[in-house]
Design a protein around this ligand. Structure first.
Ligand code: AMP
Length: 191
């Protein structure tokens, strides 16, 4: 199973990605987590992306694409994967297409978590209190939402045009949403 999970900041992508990936027996690959662990460990990559992330901006495409390609080359991603937080730009969509084409592979479905915009900001502010993520202050949250709407939301139309988009209501408990996602993906891929 080769899946993407998309949605606005705060829609619950990260939480759902872990459960859905386990359900299908594939690794959950989160570019945000990869960047955060590099920042935490003070690696050269971490030093490069720290300020960008704190400002709520996107890491440059080529850098992000290289990191994803390297991660997808790991044997554990050979039989499938769930990408969380990638692609975020049309350039990244093209890069992922090229990578998959070259390896004779294709996406099975693109999950889109739908949550009311007012709920999103509230969720993010709550997460900021709990997780203390440096990119979770209110100003950055609003900026990340704007960047998402401008750069990433249009990708949903592109995937919808390819018949890959599986829209799922992201409101409800973690369990409710994950059950909904699995049912929607199974019916979309004909399982
Ligand atoms: P996330 O955990 O997915 O919300 O990602 C946190 C931050 O990491 C984002 O706000 C970006 O700064 C950076 N990031 C994660 N994924 C990408 C991506 N695909 N392209 C560019 N920047 C990214």
């Amino acid at each position: 199973m080769r899946l993407l999970i998309m949605g606005a900041p705060g829609a619950g992508k990260g939480t759902q990605a872990v459960g859905i990936a386990a359900h299908y027996g594939v690794p959950a690959i989160s570019t945000g987590d990869i960047f955060r662990s590099n920042v935490k460990n003070g690696t050269p990559l971490g030093k490069q992306v720290d300020a960008i992330m704190k400002a709520g901006n996107y890491v440059p495409d080529e850098l992000t694409e290289q990191i994803v390609a390297d991660r997808l080359d790991h044997p554990d991603a050979g039989a499938g994967f769930l990408l969380d937080g990638f692609p975020r730009t049309m350039h990244q969509v093209d890069a992922l297409d090229d990578y998959l084409d070259k390896h004779g592979k294709a996406l099975d479905a693109v999950i889109c978590l739908d949550v009311e915009p007012e709920d999103l900001i509230a969720r993010l502010i709550k997460r900021a209190e709990i997780e203390k993520r440096p990119d979770d202050n209110e100003e950055t949250i609003r900026h990340r939402m704007d960047v998402y709407l401008e750069s990433t939301r249009p990708l949903l139309d592109a995937y919808e045009g390819r018949g890959l988009l599986v829209k799922v209501d992201g409101n409800g408990s973690v369990e409710e949403v994950s059950t909904r996602i699995a049912a929607a993906v199974d019916s979309a891929v004909g399982h």
